[in-house]
Ligand binder design. Structure first.
Ligand code: ACO
Length: 334
């Protein structure tokens, strides 16, 4: 058995922050951001949360797939920036959409998260454990940005995307997934907890531990070595795609679209160049949304789907990469 995508959905919050808005409080400018990243604007949450965005994307995917919430056996949700730790974000989504028959859990593989969730759901389907899965990538990255750090704050945005996967007769395709924890320092976000702060971290002058807040995280921000991440992505993603295509007995010429994690225009261009492919087969929407981590691939997939750019039988390669370090690729026929 193989999981086929029956429908997609996405949701981004209405508040838009463009590069000129950013330049009002960070030492940066529109020209620099466009040239180095391709990003023009990003959408940020106000009243939304990771849970509400995920639930909305999920509802739209179910509607698009013409599948009811009760038919879902598994909700697998990828996030690094949920508003809830317990219960899981996936369980919160289950409650909102009424997917009463689903088993639900979250997965954290950063910007590779949607791809890893897709591959995990495929494995469950292939093993005969489930028939129908709802996979979601949802992020409120604005909550974990240091809005004074121009190296990171310019890059990220909020949003959610989802896909409904259902079992059908057919051979499962090989997938490629890699992790390299030894290089994890290139991109991290570490929680400093109050309890830890009062014992092992120096308190800032005048700062005292707040009664009743022991164990609550403070100062949880994304930190990144941009050049290291850039080099890693441009080097490893083409290798992963080549490894995948070889395992699937395909060549780059067979592929209609390469749906890559939307981190940076120069990364997507670098990958295309190393694969000797022109950019027409590498759709991008990062100009509008910035980098939405695990939400970027399903948001792009949903846009392509709703624009009618995904025709039955088209051959797609999806590729994710990010913190961990982690990276991978999957092949599918639409
Ligand atoms: N605005 C204006 N100037 C800036 C900014 C900014 N936001 N940031 C840096 N600069 C300046 C620097 O100070 C430096 O100035 P100098 O030459 O006078 O010293 C100059 O611009 C170049 O700085 P670099 O850090 O070398 O800039 P670089 O070309 O590497 O671009 C960037 C930085 C955009 C972060 C790039 O490294 C990159 O895209 N990395 C990949 C990051 C990424 O995509 N991460 C996410 C992928 S994984 C995931 O999705 C989680």
């Amino acid at each position: 058995m193989i999981g086929k995508i029956l429908g997609t959905g996405s949701y981004v919050p209405g508040k838009v922050l463009d590069n000129n808005d950013l330049a009002k409080f960070i030492d940066t400018n529109d020209e620099w951001i466009r040239e180095r990243t391709g990003i023009v604007k990003r959408h940020l949450i106000e009243d939304d949360t990771t849970v509400t965005m995920a639930a909305e994307a999920a509802k739209r995917a179910l509607e698009n797939a013409k599948v009811s919430a009760e038919e879902i056996d598994l909700i697998l949700l990828s996030t690094v920036s949920s508003n809830v730790i317990l219960p899981s974000t996936a369980c919160e989504v289950q409650k909102i959409i009424g997917a009463v028959n689903a088993v639900c859990f979250d997965l954290n593989a950063a910007c590779s998260g949607f791809l890893f969730a897709l591959n995990t759901a495929q494995a469950y389907i292939h093993a005969g454990m489930i028939n129908t899965a709802l996979i979601i990538g949802a992020e409120s990255l604005s909550n974990i940005m240091d809005w004074q750090d121009r190296g990171t704050a310019i890059l990220f945005g909020d949003g959610a995307g989802a896909a409904v996967l259902a079992a059908e007769e057919g051979h499962i395709f090989p997938t490629v997934m890699h992790s390299d924890g030894a290089k994890g320092d290139a991109l991290l976000c570490q929680s400093r907890f109050r309890r830890e702060q009062s014992t092992s971290l120096e308190l800032k002058s005048g700062e005292t531990d707040i009664p009743g807040t022991a164990g609550f995280p403070v100062d949880t921000y994304v930190q990144m070595n941009g050049q290291e991440v850039f080099k890693f992505a441009v080097r490893q993603v083409p290798l992963a795609i080549e490894e995948l295509l070889s395992a699937c007995d395909k060549t780059t010429e067979d592929i209609d679209l390469f749906v890559l994690h939307q981190a940076n225009k120069r990364i997507v261009e670098g990958v295309a160049k190393r694969l000797h492919m022109d950019m027409e087969r590498f759709p991008m929407n990062l100009m509008e949304y910035g980098n939405t981590s695990s939400a970027s691939i399903p948001i792009l997939l949903d846009e392509l789907n709703r624009q009618g750019r995904l025709q039955k039988g088209m051959k797609l390669v999806l590729a994710g990469f990010g913190a961990g370090l982690s990276w991978g690729a999957a092949y599918m026929e639409w």
